[in-house]
Design a protein around this ligand. Structure first.
Ligand SMILES: Cc1cc2nc3c(=O)[nH]c(=O)nc-3n(C[C@H](O)[C@H](O)[C@H](O)COP(=O)(O)O)c2cc1C
Length: 381
């Protein structure tokens, strides 16, 4: 069975949003073990695979020397998600590895991405996914010596680029074609991806972006239109999921949606809330200001509805409580039309472990995870 078909046997796919950038998702100086290094993220990925998670995923971001600054120099270090994926593909056997790539910066050439991607997919034996992003932060374009590109034009260019990737991944002979900023002349990319093409992913939320996602993506990383608070998010998500899937239906396709909760789970809700309060008390004020500022100036709506404290703790939505409460909220997310969650934690390693031991069995009991009757071995790592 191909990896995506296997993952979607689960009513709720489980993924981890890897902390490949310093500070993870939380601009807070409260102590924790979370680390951006490859070894730390490799260990998390292996643990996710052992727990039966479906995917891991890394983000791509370009920041100046101090990152978001502040006393933590939030996100001043960030590994490249595309290159990290190569390392992770080689040390895992079953889990899907998704990397984010800004396809318009440089500009990158579709022949490069087709070849690099097919190589990754070959290493992963069909488990590699490409999250195509077009760059929402104007200062990232200027880092590459480019002028920022108008929002909807970015998605037109992304569509052209993705068509070229598809053509290269399927062509049996040399191809010639042209797009804005690139040309292919008698070009060819081999080997081909294991399943025709890699798992295509989009994290768009605008009409132009969702139209792109509906046409090309298999998975869409969605955001809550009602901010991070879980009950508000749950109220808005049924309509939002239907809207995202509606864009795919217009292209006679289907997409699966995945949302990003920060999970703080302890034996009791009281303990979990105390942890939340401690994270927020450690707020790195300067970094949060800069983070806020960047999102306000950004050409993106997805993360704008968050209160300050929610930004400090992180996650697009937040689930805080006992194992029973966390499992119940996961069930409600599935009932609200989400096909998966790609979670993040404050202190990743111990909190992933706690989730695996205390929440995962409850998700299985609730029928959110497929019975483990399929042989998990796929690649010979
Ligand atoms: C879960 C998630 C992960 C994202 N990861 C990245 C990323 O790594 N790099 C990036 O530049 N944008 C990232 N984005 C931003 C999106 O690519 C997109 O710009 C944003 O959601 C706004 O949507 P729009 O482009 O349709 O306006 C992410 C968005 C979401 C929801």
């Amino acid at each position: 069975m191909n990896p995506l078909a296997e993952a979607t046997r689960n009513k709720l796919m489980l993924g981890l949003f890897l902390p490949i950038q310093s500070g993870g998702w939380s601009p807070s100086s409260t102590p924790r073990g979370t680390d951006w290094s490859f070894d730390y993220n490799a260990a998390l990925t292996k643990r996710c695979e052992a727990l039966g998670f479906d995917l891991v995923f890394g983000q791509a971001q370009w920041l100046g020397a101090q990152g978001y600054g502040g006393k933590t120099n939030y996100r001043s270090q960030s590994l490249d998600a595309f290159i990290v994926a190569a390392g992770l593909c080689a040390i895992t056997r079953r889990i899907i590895i998704i990397s984010t790539l800004h396809i318009l910066y440089g500009p990158l050439h579709p022949l490069h991405v087709a070849k690099f991607g097919a190589t990754l997919d070959h290493m992963a034996k069909g488990r590699w996914g490409l999250n195509v992003v077009t760059g929402f932060a104007p200062d990232e374009f200027t880092m590459f010596g480019m002028d920022p590109i108008e929002h909807d034009q970015r998605y037109r260019m992304a569509a052209e680029f993705t068509d070229a990737l598809d053509a290269l991944w399927h062509a049996k002979s040399d191809i010639t074609r042209e797009g804005i900023g690139w040309k292919l002349k008698d070009a060819y990319a081999g080997p081909k991806p294991a399943n025709g093409r890699p798992i295509m992913v989009s994290a768009a939320s605008s009409p132009a972006g969702l139209d792109y996602a509906g046409k090309y993506a298999d998975l869409v990383f969605i955001t809550s239109p009602a901010g991070a608070e879980i009950d508000a998010a749950l109220g808005a998500l049924p309509e939002h999921n239907a809207k995202v899937k509606g864009f795919a239906a217009k292209h006679r396709r289907k997409v699966k949606t995945i949302i990003n909760p920060l999970i703080i789970c302890r034996e009791t809700e009281k303990e979990a809330r105390q942890v939340y309060d401690r994270i927020v008390a450690g707020e790195d004020t300067t970094a949060v200001d800069k983070l806020f500022g960047r999102f306000q100036s950004a050409n993106a709506d997805s993360w704008k509805g968050h209160a300050r404290g929610q930004r400090v703790a992180g996650g697009n939505i937040q689930i805080i409580g006992s194992p029973q409460q966390v499992a119940e909220q996961c069930l409600k997310l599935q009932q609200a039309g989400c096909d998966g969650i790609q979670m993040c934690f404050f202190d990743f390693a111990p909190e992933l472990e706690f989730f695996g031991q205390r929440v995962l069995p409850l998700l299985k009991q609730a029928g959110l995870r497929a019975p483990e009757d399929q042989p998990p071995q796929r690649a010979s790592a």
